[in-house]
Design a binder for this molecule. Structure first.
Ligand SMILES: CC(C)(COP(=O)(O)OP(=O)(O)OC[C@H]1O[C@@H](n2cnc3c(N)ncnc32)[C@H](O)[C@@H]1OP(=O)(O)O)[C@@H](O)C(=O)NCCC(=O)NCCS
Length: 379
């Protein structure tokens, strides 16, 4: 099949959007584990998503042969590197029908994606707010970097994870048949914080939103982190339901008025726990941090039924948060920088002439802080 026989367009109906989601899950990414409807669920959970985000290649018989998801995101730079927010276009869900790979099918869709990004006359026309995007950005593995390089993307900024050593893990923590470690009702946690008893439960967006936001803002300022994705209400909603798949937890101090004093989300991946996100009040004790982490880790492991059983011996834990935050939370001695865990997968592409300005800013920011983190916000 040549690219001339492919029609590239946005989906027109709900059922075409659903067909796109299933195509990605069942065909395009059939080699990756996960629920077939996960692409659709993520699309639906994104408050900014519109059908014009989806560029779909259709063959002459109307079946879907390729997908590109272009979505709008915003990153913020701290005052000493520009102090501005930059809108960007994220690229994701890039895939082609397995039987048609290597025939230029995807290339045609990617070319159309570049054309659309570069010719967007005004965001208002698309019903979008804010200035036009200056950057396109994506996250990929090393085997497809060459593909994106053909479309003007270059390697972005490596983001070092911290490797956190915890343990030994008590074997009871992983016993089968123990109660659900993170119920939506508060469960007492065997630790004292500020002299008060404490409890843990799943995040409830409506009641926890303000506490999550306050904890995050305070921690980012305290640790001098730059380059964070601004977190507005929409972001948090998506974080709770989509990024964390409803499994983020909060740590509560049970005074007369119970108060959320930490939140966290942990994933089990590649044989290690990964703290994807975490914030706590100043003065949060190490004992509490460890108790909270254990509950989150148990939960992470149970939610991923396909994973191999965890070791009960001392475990390392990759922390996908910047090193200063990790040091602040867990203490210097428990955190080491692990260069081998660097995430080199981010690729960026300037859009138009203005694109060079934020690229310079991004590089400055990276040098100043040694990392700049783009939360894996629907990428
Ligand atoms: C990656 C993928 C989308 C490529 O689709 P495809 O239809 O085979 O790509 P095309 O044949 O249209 O290739 C377009 C161009 O990119 C090049 N290319 C394709 N895959 C490449 C790769 N892995 N590395 C370097 N270049 C690549 C092709 O040689 C071609 O170059 P040309 O235009 O100069 O001839 C497809 O293999 C796929 O669906 N893989 C599974 C999903 C996936 O991993 N997606 C990437 C997620 S980040």
């Amino acid at each position: 099949m040549g690219e001339n026989t492919i029609e590239i367009r946005n989906p027109c109906t709900e059922s075409e959007i659903e067909a796109w989601g299933l195509f990605c899950g069942l065909r395009g990414f059939s080699h990756r584990p996960g629920a077939p409807d996960r692409f659709l669920a993520r699309y639906k959970a994104d408050p900014k998503a519109t059908p014009s985000d989806l560029l779909i290649g259709y063959s002459s018989d109307g079946s879907i042969v390729s997908s590109l998801h272009l979505f709008s995101r915003t990153i913020s730079l701290s005052p000493h590197v520009g102090g501005c927010e930059i809108n960007l276009v994220g690229w994701g869900d890039v895939c082609c029908e397995p039987e048609l790979r290597g025939k230029g099918v995807m290339g045609a869709v990617l070319r159309e994606g570049v054309r659309r990004m570069e010719s967007t006359p005004s965001r208002e026309e698309d019903g979008l707010e804010g200035p036009a995007p200056l950057l396109a950005m994506l996250h990929c593995g090393p085997t497809v970097e060459g593909l994106y390089a053909k479309f003007g993307f270059s390697q972005g900024l490596p983001i070092p994870y911290a490797r956190l050593f915890v343990g030994p893990w008590p074997s009871w923590a992983m016993d089968e048949g123990a109660p659900d470690p993170l119920p939506s009702q508060c469960t007492p946690c065997p630790t004292l914080e500020h002299g008060l008893s404490t409890a843990i439960r799943l995040v409830n967006f409506a009641s926890d939103y303000e506490a999550l936001n306050a904890l995050r803002t305070e921690q980012v300022e305290r640790c001098g982190v730059i380059g964070w994705t601004p977190r507005n209400r929409e972001y948090w909603l998506q974080w709770v339901n989509n990024s964390c798949k409803g499994r983020a937890g909060v740590f509560i101090s049970q005074g007369e008025i119970p108060r959320v004093i930490a939140y966290g989300y942990v994933r089990w991946r590649d044989g290690a726990y990964r703290v994807m996100d975490w914030a706590n009040e100043k003065g949060f004790s190490e004992v509490s941090a460890k108790a909270f982490l254990q509950v989150l880790c148990q939960d992470a492991h149970r939610s991923d039924k396909s994973s191999p059983p965890p070791h009960h011996e001392p475990q390392s834990c990759n922390v996908a948060i910047p090193l200063p935050l990790a040091v602040d939370i867990f203490g210097k001695d428990k955190v080491t920088e692990a260069v081998d865990l660097c995430d080199n997968g981010w690729m960026v592409r300037a859009l138009g002439e203005l694109g060079n300005a934020p690229m310079d800013n991004l590089k400055l920011a990276a040098e100043a802080s040694r990392f700049i983190i783009f939360q894996a916000d629907n990428f």
